[in-house]
Structure formats: C-alpha cells, structure tokens
Design a protein around this ligand. Structure first.
Ligand code: GZL
Length: 307
C-alpha cells in the first residue's frame, strides 16, 4: 500500500481524518435524495470529512468534480456514474495521482477494472428479472397477448441497461408478452408522465407498464388517471426502488409490484473507504441486499420504512 506521503492525505485536516470526494448523479428521484442522505449521514458517523457535489445528471459535471477532488488531494474518491461509458481518462488521472476510487450505486463499462477498488451497489439485471418473474406469474393462466409499455431510466445508465435486459430475458420466454413501446423517462416523475401520455395516445390497448423507477411510475399514474383509466387495474404497474411514495401507491393499489433497490449504501461505503485508504484488500464487488413488495407487503412495511 501507499505510505501517507503519497496517498494525498494532505487533503485532510492534517491529522489522520480521511477526506472523501463524492460525486453524486443529481437529485432526480426520491431514491437519489435518500441515497444522498445515507452518504452524508454515514460520513458524519464514520468521522470521514466529505466533499460532496451534485452533477445535475450531467457526466461532464461529474468529471469536473472528480478532477477537483484530485487537485485537492483527497484520500479517496467515490461516485455514482450517471452513465456507464466515458470514464477511463479521468479514472486514469485519479490512478496516476494515487487516489483510490470506489464506485457506488451505478457501474462503469471500463475494461480496466484496476481503475477502481470496488463496486458497491445493486444487481440491476436481477432487479429486471424479478420484475419479469412477477409478470410471468401474474399472467400464467392467460394465453392472450399482454401489451407492455416500458419507461426506461436514464439513457446509457447501468440501471436502465440492465433492468431492461433482465426483464426482457424473463418475459422473452413467452411470446404472449409484447413490449409495444419503450422510451426513457430519465428517472423523473415529470418525464415519466410526459412519455406515458404519449404512450396512451398512440397505444389504445396497454395492459402493463414496467417503469425502471418509482418516480417515473408515479408520473405515469397521473397520466393514466388523466386518460380516465384506473392505474393498478386497467393498466398493471411494476416499478423498481420501493421509496416511500412508491410504497404508498402500492399500498393504495395504484401499483401492483415493486422491486426494491436500496439507496442505503452509506454505511458500507464508509467502511469500504476506510479499508481502501488503509491499503487493505476489499471485495471487487459488494452486492446490495434487497427484496420485493406486493400490495399486502407494502401495507405492512410502510410504517417502518426508512426512506
Ligand atoms: C439505482 C439508481 C437509480 C434509481 C433511480 O441504483 O441508480 O437512479 O433506481 C435513481 O430512482 O434515479
């Protein structure tokens, strides 16, 4: 491992306090704000000095933030890459500056995995598969065509790519399932509503909506109700995240199934950061523990939901 002279610990307050530079995607969804709170609260609890930036979902802002953390000689850099590609150059700059990098939440598609010490986050393919499995089960006794519309997450992001792939893999087992429209809603309520309005105009017979996060699903519910249809009944809805507002809609019967994606990555992130700065070995991949919720389970879980 590096001795203190070369790990950029000059960025700390001079004593052995670890300084972390964190580049957050943005504040696009309930999930994201819960994730930010988890990171900030956990840094305080861990005694880690946190430099935090919000990139407003723009990759160039994340690259700028990472470069500024390198200039400030922080001890460790952590970030959630808004999209999978285009990180090798700035990650090489961090590597040359001997500043370890931790990926959290979303992944990068860099071939050189030495560019980061570990990736802490959910298995998004698995999340897509869980959504597909619920649908297969829900329609197991029907042979009619099932018309599905899909609201994808941010174009090029790992959760959008993988939730789409996992879902398609599972429903692809039966030709009755047809994805008749699929478009990005950029993980936001506003865009989810806008795209769902367009889907409703051009597709009179939609049976199911698969939204890559609760926020787009909640926006779509407004569009569905605006079109005089009943969400959860006329159009069944599957979403991912299980944030409070999504769980409330699930309990109210407007959503039919939610695949959890936990934003509470802060404690594990700070633990990994301490190990990485100390030069200890850490697993290359740490997968988040998470489950799924039906309408009944949402009613039970809501009172104690942390986010
Ligand atoms: C998933 C995370 C996604 C959430 C969305 O880990 O990257 O981004 O599912 C959020 O709600 O906007």
């Amino acid at each position: 491992g590096n001795d203190s002279a070369t790990t950029g610990s000059g960025g700390g307050s001079g004593d052995n306090t670890i300084t972390m530079g964190f580049s957050q995607v943005g504040a696009e969804s309930g999930w994201r704000t819960a994730n930010t709170k988890s990171v900030q609260d956990s840094a305080k609890t861990a005694g880690i000095e946190l430099k935090f930036s919000d990139a407003q979902q723009k990759q160039e802002n994340q690259i700028k933030a990472i470069r500024s953390y390198i200039q400030q000689k922080v001890d460790v850099i952590a970030f959630s890459p808004v999209v999978e590609s285009g990180w090798d150059t700035v990650l090489k700059e961090a590597q040359n500056a001997k500043i370890p990098v931790i990926l959290t939440d979303r992944a990068v598609d860099s071939k050189d995995t030495s560019l980061y010490k570990t990736f802490l986050g959910s298995d998004f393919v698995e999340e897509g598969k869980k959504a597909g499995q619920w649908l297969v089960e829900e329609y197991k006794d029907s042979t009619d065509t099932v018309n599905i519309v899909e609201l994808q997450g941010t174009t090029g992001s790992a959760p959008a790519n993988d939730r789409k792939a996992g879902f398609a893999e599972v429903i692809g087992s039966d030709p009755k399932f047809k994805i008749i429209a699929s478009q990005t809603g950029d993980f936001t309520r506003a865009k989810g509503k806008e795209v769902m309005e367009a889907f409703l105009k051009s597709n009179p017979d939609i049976d199911v909506l698969y939204a890559h996060n609760d926020d787009m699903g909640l926006g779509a519910i407004e569009a569905i109700e605006g079109a005089g249809k009943v969400p959860g009944k006329d159009i069944k809805i599957i979403t991912v995240d299980a944030v409070k507002d999504g769980m409330q809609a699930l309990a109210d019967g407007k959503i039919n199934f939610i695949v959890e994606c936990s934003p509470l990555l802060g404690p594990q992130l700070m633990d990994l950061a301490k190990k990485v700065v100390a030069g200890e070995q850490v697993p290359a991949r740490v997968v988040t523990e998470e489950t799924t919720f039906t309408q009944e389970q949402a009613k039970e879980a809501l009172p104690t939901r942390q986010y």
